[in-house]
Ligand binder design. Structure first.
Ligand code: GPW
Length: 833
């Protein structure tokens, strides 16, 4: 199904070819003969973009004309992936473009490969935001995604001697055909300075006399936030939403002043300082470092977005209508400074009284928490916050004072008051952003059923006792457009034939596959698709990474950020055990199920243990490769620089999806959903959304292992001793000893010492405790894989029963439980009529 188009003539290959050449000649200024592959790609992208603009205008005029409510999604990350194929899908122009290019002796697939993906996110949280804006557009919901246009996205990963080395991701180097800058719409954002009593008249507020609670913030310096619009096309609809990313620029006044004083170096320094704000994405996933520049980034995009939102939602209208016109969703705590910023705007700038402003603010904001790890909960030192945002700190203090007073009023004891304070006192005074978000929001949600339960029972339990109705769950989802329709054309064609094409917008229709799970012909077709996807992956990894892989093997895939809680180490111990058993003669290589273990993972650059684990994976891979006994039986493939583009090729080829975090640590996971929808079976713990996946696909079609969350919690309480597991399990002992012996490091026993000693003495995520259960589950995997018919049946049922994990369903849940913003289909405004 394509775009719902207008009355005027649909593009043909020849009209499209003309538009493409127009772009190439007149916009890029190069001839067909001299054009580089990048030029050709850029011209193609811009020719496609033309076909989104009309729907975008219609969407804007429909939404701005009425009195609809819109969703302002605030996220520091959007991990978009490549844009071209998605835009072609949305416009229904894929075949037209292919034919047009063919006619010019060019190949659509080759040009598509030129695109550098915008990696403006770290992992799951950023990719979730990208899936959500896709679903919002597809469902005609008025929505704007707000974020930061990082000049450098997530670093490019390379391996040198098996160790990760980071390179800058200069994704804008060759131009970005998808963005539309609006320098004339720049918003000024202040930082630093001091606060004072507002001047008696006028100065304090936009509307006249200062309000009773107003203070005046006199910033010490300012920067400009320049908006860049990205078009977000819905699928099978006219609607095209907006993603608005802000880029930092030095203010003109600032520059002029210094230039006039003749201090050119200072002027340039100032410019560099300002522009640093949107320079680079922080590469820490779930482990914020509390750096000043990061707080600058957060306030920078939030302040610009709120100014933009208020103008858009209200124009000159009544501030009291704010909660009816806009609903803000805070994607984790990164944008939570928006709460005091809204208070500042209402109280200081617009002169509202505190209570009224607080009521409006609370009714406009909602907060999604994405973690359970204490080290992932953002805190900002009072010292830093007060220096950078003095007025915001005052506002946070007052929010906290009033909140704590209300607690005391309703009989809270001092212990409880101290526990719930937005300000922590030890080890240093700091603002707990998750608490600020919870106090300042209408709804707080977790991202999977188990996660939301644990938020209520543990991380935020005092707050859930106080405000039980505030807490809700919205289980994450993924867009079927990118992760099935685009990533898996073979499966998509089979689905179209079997259940019709409606599944792309209504993923529950996949249920219709269940009836075919017993059909031998359908199973054959399904198996053929998987085999073709493996072949596609093998070809890609041969050219991309120089890997030589068999297609006739079980593809066992673990792709996600490298983090101890995700337990890549458990996977390594499994592989090392297989190797060890073959090497010692305990296992006949002929009895090893041929298996390719694929890893994809970036480590935060400062995360030592994660980087050591990457080195170990590469070392084990090399050692196994060098051993003829395992040839064709066991191999590790660790392509560097795992990203969205690679995920789209890896996931459809997988047989087995590794979701093996310690129960109670992974908030949801979204990779787990992508694999199930592409017909991989999961080996996993009862963690995050795995729980819901297993409930839906059925326990016969899921390899469950490991401790439950209460069991892991109890083991921790009882005093976990990893050494005892090592002593009691000879296979485990032998595997660890092998690593410690230097077998994977050319005899150097020190190479992986820190990993080994951490496992034996600390093992915070209880890898050793779950090792035996994991190995047993892997044996069940092998037995199941030996029966191809039964395996295929399970894989089909995974696809058929995973419709729930569409991000369209997540968005429906947000709409019903939190946002209450009706869909508004764009009306044709007749740009060309
Ligand atoms: F720590 N997630 C992430 F909660 O990718 F902020 N980056 C992050 O910084 C955080 C969470 C944060 C992930 C969760 O780890 C994953 O379980 C979840 O599926 C994903 O966010 C989307 O909700």
């Amino acid at each position: 199904m394509g775009r719902v188009t207008d009355t005027h003539a649909a593009p043909t290959p020849s009209s499209f070819a003309e538009e493409f050449l127009d772009e190439l000649h007149f916009e890029l200024g190069v001839s067909r003969e001299t054009a580089s592959p990048t030029d050709l790609y850029v011209a193609l992208a811009r020719a496609v973009r033309r076909h989104l603009v009309e729907g975008w205008f219609d969407t804007l005029s429909t939404q701005l004309g009425g009195d609809s409510k819109f969703v302002a999604y605030l996220s520091a990350e959007y991990l978009l992936g490549r844009q071209l194929e998605n835009a072609l899908l949305a416009t229904g122009l894929t075949e037209v473009a292919r034919d047009a290019l063919d006619g010019l002796g060019l190949s659509l697939d080759e040009l598509s490969e030129q695109e550098v993906e915008p990696g403006l996110g770290n992992g799951g949280l950023g990719r979730l935001a990208a899936c959500f804006i896709d679903s919002l557009a597809t469902m005609d919901v008025p929505a704007v995604g707000y974020g930061i246009r990082y000049e450098y996205g997530i670093f490019r990963q390379t391996f040198v001697d098996g160790r990760q080395v980071e390179q800058a991701d200069d994704w804008l180097a060759l131009g970005s055909p998808w963005e539309i800058p609006h320098p004339e719409m720049a918003v000024t954002v202040g930082f630093g300075g001091h606060t004072e009593e507002p001047a008696g008249t006028g100065e304090g507020t936009a509307d006249g006399a200062p309000g009773p609670d107003a203070r005046q913030w006199v910033p010490g310096w300012t920067v400009e936030a320049v908006p860049y619009n990205y078009l977000v096309p819905g699928y099978g609809t006219r609607n095209v939403n907006t993603l608005r990313l802000w880029s930092a620029r030095a203010t003109k006044a600032f520059n002029l002043e210094i230039f006039n004083s003749g201090d050119y170096e200072a002027a340039v320094r100032g410019q560099t300082y300002a522009e640093n704000i949107s320079k680079v994405l922080y590469p820490e996933d779930s482990t914020p470092q509390g750096k000043e520049l990061r707080l600058q980034q957060q306030y920078f995009f939030v302040a610009a977005s709120l100014a933009d939102t208020i103008a858009r939602a209200l124009g000159d209208g009544d501030l009291h209508a704010l909660p009816d016109r806009v609903v803000f969703q805070l994607n984790d705590t990164h944008p939570v400074i928006a709460i005091p910023e809204m208070m500042r705007l209402l109280v200081d700038v617009h002169g509202l009284g505190w209570d009224e402003a607080w009521d409006l603010t609370r009714r406009s904001f909602n907060y999604t928490c994405h973690t359970l790890l204490p080290e992932a909960l953002e805190i900002w030192s009072v010292d830093l916050l007060g220096r950078l945002l003095p007025r915001h700190l005052e506002i946070i203090y007052r929010i906290n004072e009033e909140f704590l007073a209300s607690l005391r009023d309703s009989g809270g004891n001092e212990l409880q008051v101290r526990r719930m304070s937005i300000i922590q006192e030890q080890p240093e005074r700091a603002v707990r952003m998750a608490y600020l978000a919870t106090v300042g929001s209408t709804k707080v949600n977790g991202v999977a059923a188990l996660h939301s339960q644990l938020l209520r029972d543990a991380v935020l339990h005092d707050f859930s006792d106080l405000w039980p109705e505030k807490f809700t769950n919205v289980t994450n989802g993924i867009t079927p457009r990118r992760f099935v329709r685009l990533a898996n054309p073979g499966l998509s064609a089979l689905l179209d034939e079997t259940v019709g094409t409606g599944w792309v917008k209504d993923l529950d229709q996949l249920r219709g596959l269940e009836a075919h799970a017993e059909d031998p012909e359908f199973r054959r077709g399904f198996r053929d698709v998987k085999a073709a996807n493996k072949q596609r992956l093998v070809d890609l990894l041969a050219t991309r990474d120089g890997l030589h892989l068999p297609t006739d093997a079980l593809y066992d895939v673990m792709v996600k950020r490298l983090h101890e809680y995700k337990r890549q180490m458990l996977k390594v111990l499994h592989v090392v055990t297989l190797y060890d058993q073959v090497r010692s003669g305990a296992l006949d290589p002929a009895d090893v199920t041929p298996r390719v273990v694929v890893f994809g993972a970036k480590a935060a650059p400062g995360y030592r243990m994660a980087k050591d684990i990457i080195a170990l994976v590469n070392a084990v891979a090399a050692t196994i490769d060098a051993d003829p006994a395992l040839a064709g039986r066991l191999q590790i493939a660790f392509p560097a620089n795992y990203n969205v583009t690679l995920a789209e090729k890896l996931i459809p080829a997988a047989d087995l999806s590794e979701q093996i975090s310690l129960a109670g640590k992974e908030a949801s996971g979204t990779g787990n959903m992508k694999f199930a929808l592409n017909g991989a079976l999961t080996i996993g713990t009862l963690d995050g959304a795995n729980v819901e996946i297993r409930d839906l696909v059925g326990d016969d079609n899921f390899f469950l292992f490991g401790m439950t969350e209460p069991e892991a919690e109890a083991l921790g309480q009882a005093g976990y001793d990893p050494g005892s597991f090592y002593e009691q399990d000879p296979a485990l002992k032998s595997a660890i000893d092998l690593i410690a012996s230097g077998a994977f490091s050319h005899g150097d026993p020190t190479a992986f010492e820190s990993i080994v000693s951490d496992l034996l003495w600390k093992d915070r995520f209880m890898v050793l405790a779950d090792y035996r259960a994991y190995l047993d589950a892997q044996s069940r995997v092998e037995a199941a894989y030996a029966d191809p018919d039964a395996w295929t049946r399970s894989a089909i049922l995974n696809v058929a029963r995973s419709g729930f994990f569409s991000s369209d369903r997540s968005i429906r849940d947000y709409l019903d439980r939190i946002w209450h913003a009706p869909a508004v289909p764009a009306r044709s405004n007749g740009l060309r009529d």
